[in-house]
Design a protein around this ligand. Structure first.
Ligand code: BTN
Length: 268
Protein backbone atom coordinates (compact mmCIF):
# COMPACT_ATOMS: atom_id res chain seq x y z
CA UNK A 1 0.00 0.00 0.00
CA UNK A 2 1.07 3.62 -0.47
CA UNK A 3 -0.52 7.08 -0.26
CA UNK A 4 -1.59 7.21 -3.92
CA UNK A 5 -3.05 3.71 -3.94
CA UNK A 6 -4.93 4.35 -0.70
CA UNK A 7 -6.28 7.65 -2.00
CA UNK A 8 -7.52 5.88 -5.14
CA UNK A 9 -9.16 3.04 -3.19
CA UNK A 10 -10.90 5.47 -0.81
CA UNK A 11 -11.85 8.07 -3.43
CA UNK A 12 -15.57 7.26 -3.27
CA UNK A 13 -15.65 8.22 0.42
CA UNK A 14 -14.47 11.75 -0.33
CA UNK A 15 -12.44 12.04 2.88
CA UNK A 16 -11.15 15.54 3.74
CA UNK A 17 -7.59 14.29 4.29
CA UNK A 18 -5.55 11.07 4.24
CA UNK A 19 -2.06 10.54 5.66
CA UNK A 20 -0.37 7.20 4.96
CA UNK A 21 2.86 6.05 6.64
CA UNK A 22 4.98 3.01 5.88
CA UNK A 23 6.17 3.24 9.50
CA UNK A 24 4.89 5.43 12.27
CA UNK A 25 4.94 5.45 16.08
CA UNK A 26 1.20 5.40 16.60
CA UNK A 27 -1.51 6.50 14.15
CA UNK A 28 -3.50 7.80 17.14
CA UNK A 29 -0.63 10.13 18.08
CA UNK A 30 -0.40 11.47 14.53
CA UNK A 31 -4.17 11.97 14.39
CA UNK A 32 -4.20 13.75 17.77
CA UNK A 33 -1.44 16.11 16.56
CA UNK A 34 -3.36 16.68 13.33
CA UNK A 35 -6.54 17.37 15.30
CA UNK A 36 -4.64 19.94 17.38
CA UNK A 37 -3.53 21.68 14.20
CA UNK A 38 -7.00 21.76 12.64
CA UNK A 39 -7.82 18.36 11.10
CA UNK A 40 -11.42 18.21 9.91
CA UNK A 41 -14.04 15.59 10.73
CA UNK A 42 -13.21 12.40 8.84
CA UNK A 43 -9.46 12.92 8.37
CA UNK A 44 -7.68 9.55 8.25
CA UNK A 45 -4.22 8.42 9.37
CA UNK A 46 -3.20 4.89 8.39
CA UNK A 47 0.05 2.98 8.59
CA UNK A 48 1.58 -0.29 7.51
CA UNK A 49 3.72 -0.62 10.65
CA UNK A 50 3.51 0.96 14.09
CA UNK A 51 6.60 1.06 16.28
CA UNK A 52 4.78 2.20 19.42
CA UNK A 53 1.16 1.31 18.76
CA UNK A 54 -0.95 1.78 21.85
CA UNK A 55 -3.73 -0.39 23.24
CA UNK A 56 -6.19 0.20 26.05
CA UNK A 57 -5.00 0.59 29.62
CA UNK A 58 -1.48 1.53 28.55
CA UNK A 59 -0.82 -1.76 26.77
CA UNK A 60 1.24 -2.12 23.59
CA UNK A 61 -0.43 -2.90 20.27
CA UNK A 62 1.85 -4.58 17.78
CA UNK A 63 1.42 -3.87 14.05
CA UNK A 64 3.76 -5.96 11.89
CA UNK A 65 4.56 -4.94 8.27
CA UNK A 66 2.11 -5.94 5.55
CA UNK A 67 -0.19 -7.84 7.86
CA UNK A 68 -2.71 -5.62 9.61
CA UNK A 69 -4.88 -2.56 9.46
CA UNK A 70 -3.83 0.24 11.79
CA UNK A 71 -5.70 3.49 11.35
CA UNK A 72 -7.16 6.44 13.20
CA UNK A 73 -10.03 8.70 12.24
CA UNK A 74 -10.68 12.21 13.51
CA UNK A 75 -14.28 12.79 14.55
CA UNK A 76 -15.98 15.94 15.81
CA UNK A 77 -18.85 14.88 18.08
CA UNK A 78 -22.04 16.92 18.18
CA UNK A 79 -22.94 18.39 21.60
CA UNK A 80 -25.36 15.45 22.12
CA UNK A 81 -22.72 12.88 21.13
CA UNK A 82 -20.19 14.63 23.36
CA UNK A 83 -22.35 13.68 26.36
CA UNK A 84 -21.85 10.00 25.46
CA UNK A 85 -18.19 9.72 24.44
CA UNK A 86 -17.97 6.14 25.76
CA UNK A 87 -20.14 5.09 22.83
CA UNK A 88 -17.43 5.89 20.29
CA UNK A 89 -15.63 2.62 21.09
CA UNK A 90 -18.63 0.37 20.36
CA UNK A 91 -19.27 2.59 17.31
CA UNK A 92 -15.93 1.42 15.95
CA UNK A 93 -16.64 -2.19 16.87
CA UNK A 94 -20.01 -2.17 15.15
CA UNK A 95 -18.47 -0.64 12.02
CA UNK A 96 -15.84 -3.40 11.89
CA UNK A 97 -18.54 -6.05 12.43
CA UNK A 98 -20.68 -4.67 9.62
CA UNK A 99 -17.71 -4.56 7.25
CA UNK A 100 -16.64 -8.14 8.01
CA UNK A 101 -20.18 -9.43 7.68
CA UNK A 102 -21.08 -7.58 4.48
CA UNK A 103 -17.74 -8.03 2.74
CA UNK A 104 -16.70 -11.53 3.75
CA UNK A 105 -19.84 -13.20 5.09
CA UNK A 106 -18.29 -13.56 8.56
CA UNK A 107 -20.12 -13.73 11.92
CA UNK A 108 -18.20 -11.30 14.11
CA UNK A 109 -19.14 -10.85 17.75
CA UNK A 110 -18.39 -8.09 20.21
CA UNK A 111 -16.74 -8.88 23.51
CA UNK A 112 -18.33 -6.06 25.45
CA UNK A 113 -17.70 -3.25 25.21
CA UNK A 114 -15.69 -3.13 22.00
CA UNK A 115 -13.34 -6.01 21.12
CA UNK A 116 -14.29 -7.76 17.89
CA UNK A 117 -14.05 -11.55 17.92
CA UNK A 118 -14.11 -14.05 15.07
CA UNK A 119 -14.55 -17.68 16.11
CA UNK A 120 -13.96 -16.59 19.70
CA UNK A 121 -10.61 -14.94 18.98
CA UNK A 122 -9.89 -11.23 19.15
CA UNK A 123 -9.16 -9.80 15.70
CA UNK A 124 -9.69 -6.12 16.38
CA UNK A 125 -9.03 -3.63 19.16
CA UNK A 126 -10.17 -0.04 19.45
CA UNK A 127 -8.64 2.88 21.30
CA UNK A 128 -10.66 6.09 21.45
CA UNK A 129 -8.97 9.22 22.72
CA UNK A 130 -10.56 12.62 23.26
CA UNK A 131 -8.77 15.94 22.90
CA UNK A 132 -9.82 18.77 25.22
CA UNK A 133 -8.98 22.45 25.40
CA UNK A 134 -9.94 23.23 28.98
CA UNK A 135 -13.56 22.11 29.20
CA UNK A 136 -14.12 22.28 25.44
CA UNK A 137 -13.98 19.06 23.44
CA UNK A 138 -11.84 19.53 20.32
CA UNK A 139 -12.65 16.13 18.89
CA UNK A 140 -12.01 12.45 19.29
CA UNK A 141 -9.64 10.08 17.58
CA UNK A 142 -10.90 6.58 17.05
CA UNK A 143 -8.00 4.21 16.52
CA UNK A 144 -8.70 0.78 15.09
CA UNK A 145 -6.31 -2.13 14.74
CA UNK A 146 -7.36 -5.24 12.82
CA UNK A 147 -5.33 -8.44 12.51
CA UNK A 148 -5.70 -9.33 8.84
CA UNK A 149 -3.11 -11.98 7.88
CA UNK A 150 -1.74 -14.76 10.13
CA UNK A 151 1.51 -12.74 10.48
CA UNK A 152 -0.42 -10.11 12.42
CA UNK A 153 -1.43 -12.48 15.23
CA UNK A 154 0.66 -11.90 18.34
CA UNK A 155 2.01 -14.93 20.21
CA UNK A 156 -0.35 -16.30 22.89
CA UNK A 157 1.98 -15.27 25.73
CA UNK A 158 1.98 -11.63 24.54
CA UNK A 159 -1.78 -11.10 24.76
CA UNK A 160 -4.43 -10.93 27.47
CA UNK A 161 -7.00 -12.71 25.31
CA UNK A 162 -6.58 -15.30 22.51
CA UNK A 163 -6.01 -13.54 19.19
CA UNK A 164 -6.87 -14.51 15.63
CA UNK A 165 -7.03 -12.86 12.24
CA UNK A 166 -9.55 -12.11 9.53
CA UNK A 167 -7.96 -14.26 6.81
CA UNK A 168 -8.02 -17.32 9.03
CA UNK A 169 -11.78 -16.88 9.55
CA UNK A 170 -12.51 -15.87 5.94
CA UNK A 171 -10.41 -18.66 4.44
CA UNK A 172 -9.20 -16.36 1.66
CA UNK A 173 -6.84 -13.42 1.14
CA UNK A 174 -8.30 -10.11 2.35
CA UNK A 175 -7.34 -6.84 0.66
CA UNK A 176 -6.52 -4.45 3.50
CA UNK A 177 -7.51 -1.34 1.53
CA UNK A 178 -10.90 -2.85 0.70
CA UNK A 179 -11.46 -3.76 4.34
CA UNK A 180 -10.46 -0.24 5.38
CA UNK A 181 -12.90 1.27 2.87
CA UNK A 182 -15.74 -0.94 4.13
CA UNK A 183 -15.03 -0.08 7.78
CA UNK A 184 -14.91 3.66 7.03
CA UNK A 185 -18.20 3.47 5.12
CA UNK A 186 -19.77 1.51 7.98
CA UNK A 187 -18.47 4.06 10.52
CA UNK A 188 -20.64 6.64 8.78
CA UNK A 189 -23.75 4.48 8.67
CA UNK A 190 -23.44 3.34 12.28
CA UNK A 191 -22.64 6.91 13.44
CA UNK A 192 -26.04 7.95 12.08
CA UNK A 193 -27.58 5.57 14.64
CA UNK A 194 -25.48 6.63 17.65
CA UNK A 195 -27.82 7.53 20.54
CA UNK A 196 -30.74 5.77 18.78
CA UNK A 197 -32.27 2.55 20.15
CA UNK A 198 -31.10 0.78 16.97
CA UNK A 199 -27.47 1.35 17.98
CA UNK A 200 -27.91 -0.42 21.32
CA UNK A 201 -30.01 -3.16 19.72
CA UNK A 202 -27.31 -3.94 17.17
CA UNK A 203 -24.64 -3.90 19.89
CA UNK A 204 -26.77 -6.33 21.89
CA UNK A 205 -27.43 -8.55 18.86
CA UNK A 206 -23.70 -8.89 18.18
CA UNK A 207 -22.75 -9.49 21.79
CA UNK A 208 -20.49 -12.48 22.52
CA UNK A 209 -21.17 -14.82 25.48
CA UNK A 210 -24.85 -13.91 25.77
CA UNK A 211 -26.57 -16.15 28.35
CA UNK A 212 -23.17 -17.52 29.38
CA UNK A 213 -21.41 -17.13 32.70
CA UNK A 214 -18.76 -14.44 32.51
CA UNK A 215 -16.23 -12.96 34.87
CA UNK A 216 -15.71 -9.23 34.98
CA UNK A 217 -12.58 -7.70 36.41
CA UNK A 218 -13.04 -4.05 37.32
CA UNK A 219 -10.27 -1.81 36.00
CA UNK A 220 -10.33 0.21 39.21
CA UNK A 221 -11.35 -0.69 42.74
CA UNK A 222 -15.09 -0.13 43.22
CA UNK A 223 -16.45 1.96 46.12
CA UNK A 224 -17.93 -1.19 47.68
CA UNK A 225 -14.46 -2.82 47.57
CA UNK A 226 -15.19 -5.35 44.81
CA UNK A 227 -12.60 -5.98 42.13
CA UNK A 228 -14.56 -8.59 40.16
CA UNK A 229 -18.04 -9.90 39.52
CA UNK A 230 -19.29 -13.13 38.01
CA UNK A 231 -22.71 -13.89 36.59
CA UNK A 232 -24.89 -14.62 33.60
CA UNK A 233 -24.44 -12.14 30.77
CA UNK A 234 -27.90 -10.92 29.83
CA UNK A 235 -27.20 -8.29 27.23
CA UNK A 236 -26.62 -4.61 26.53
CA UNK A 237 -29.04 -2.24 28.24
CA UNK A 238 -30.81 0.67 26.60
CA UNK A 239 -27.96 3.01 27.69
CA UNK A 240 -25.09 0.70 26.67
CA UNK A 241 -24.44 -0.77 30.10
CA UNK A 242 -23.82 -4.49 30.42
CA UNK A 243 -26.54 -6.38 32.25
CA UNK A 244 -25.18 -9.13 34.45
CA UNK A 245 -27.35 -11.44 36.53
CA UNK A 246 -25.49 -12.17 39.76
CA UNK A 247 -25.78 -15.47 41.64
CA UNK A 248 -27.90 -13.56 44.21
CA UNK A 249 -30.51 -13.00 41.50
CA UNK A 250 -29.79 -9.26 41.37
CA UNK A 251 -29.27 -7.82 37.87
CA UNK A 252 -26.39 -5.39 37.87
CA UNK A 253 -25.87 -2.76 35.14
CA UNK A 254 -22.17 -2.20 34.54
CA UNK A 255 -21.02 0.96 32.79
CA UNK A 256 -18.74 1.07 29.77
CA UNK A 257 -15.15 1.70 30.75
CA UNK A 258 -15.30 -0.03 34.11
CA UNK A 259 -14.33 -3.61 33.37
CA UNK A 260 -12.56 -6.38 31.47
CA UNK A 261 -14.79 -9.24 30.50
CA UNK A 262 -14.00 -12.90 29.90
CA UNK A 263 -15.89 -16.16 29.84
CA UNK A 264 -16.02 -17.49 33.41
CA UNK A 265 -14.15 -20.68 32.46
CA UNK A 266 -10.95 -18.69 31.84
CA UNK A 267 -8.92 -17.18 34.65
CA UNK A 268 -9.10 -13.38 34.88
C1 BTN B 1 -6.88 -2.58 22.45
O1 BTN B 1 -7.58 -3.57 22.18
O2 BTN B 1 -6.16 -2.53 23.46
C2 BTN B 1 -6.96 -1.40 21.55
C3 BTN B 1 -5.95 -1.46 20.43
C4 BTN B 1 -6.02 -0.26 19.49
C5 BTN B 1 -4.94 -0.33 18.43
C6 BTN B 1 -5.10 0.73 17.37
S1 BTN B 1 -4.06 0.42 15.98
C7 BTN B 1 -4.41 2.02 15.37
C8 BTN B 1 -4.43 2.95 16.54
N1 BTN B 1 -3.10 3.43 16.86
C9 BTN B 1 -2.70 3.03 18.07
O3 BTN B 1 -1.60 3.32 18.58
N2 BTN B 1 -3.64 2.28 18.64
C10 BTN B 1 -4.81 2.16 17.80
Amino acid sequence: MNQALLQAKLAALDLPGIRWFDTVGSTNDVALDWLASGAAEGCLVAADTQTSGRGRLGRRWITEPGSALAFSVVLKPSPEEAQRLALFSPLGALAVCRALEAGWGLRPEIKWPNDVLLNGRKVCGILVEAAWMGDALQGVVIGIGVNVTPDSVPPEEAVMYPAGCVEEAAGCPVDRAVLLREVLAALRSVRALLLEPAFFEEWDRRLAFKNERVALAYDAQQPQGEDRAEGLLQGVGADGSLLLKLPSGETRAISVGDVHLRPARRAC
